[in-house]
Design a protein around this ligand. Sequence first.
Ligand SMILES: O=CN(O)CCNC(=O)c1cccc(Cl)c1Cl
Ligand code: NI
Length: 183
Amino acid sequence: MILMKDVIREGHETLRKKAAEVTFPLSAENRQLGEDLLEFLINSQDPEIAEKYDLRSGIGIAAPQVNRSVRIFALYVPNDHGDMVEEIVVNPKIVSHSVELAYLPGGEGCLSVDRDVTGYVPRPQRITVKFFNLDGEEKKMRLKNLPAIAFQHELDHLNGVMFYDHINKDNPYFEVPNSHPLE
Ligand SMILES: O=CN(O)CCNC(=O)c1cccc(Cl)c1Cl
Ligand code: NI
């Protein structure tokens, strides 16, 4: 199982690399990695397991965060209806996105960042994405609000981008035009 000791932190070069696409059929190693990433999220959101293993909670986690520079991440995040979006995402692409932007009023956090970096992270509110599952089947999905934000936070990790790269330096709480706070 993935533990916090396996998570690399700011300053580690892997966090700023563009991760490599993976080929199918997946190696046993890459399949196991995808499963381990999702298991971490489920564990991190279970109060007993999280306390037992001292896990920080996450709604997403990307392979580069455990020093594996491949285009794989996992999501375990509630949608607007309270249903969990539970996905292992391989070779993801955003195929289209809304003009409207959204941001979390409390800002974003990252397992690889051991400090509070405050400010709004404006991202497209709705996205249409394509990716492959572990079996190489292509999936197309429309996401909005928190799942869309989480997907983009993880896709950023695959491109060496950190959430705070998007925060306005002069005014971290600048309300970008056409952006909406997610309540
Ligand atoms: O890359 C993933 N992490 O660093 C896991 C910890 N952060 C979160 O779960 C998190 C928290 C707030 C907003 C977003 Cl969008 C995310 Cl993703
Ligand atoms: Ni992160």
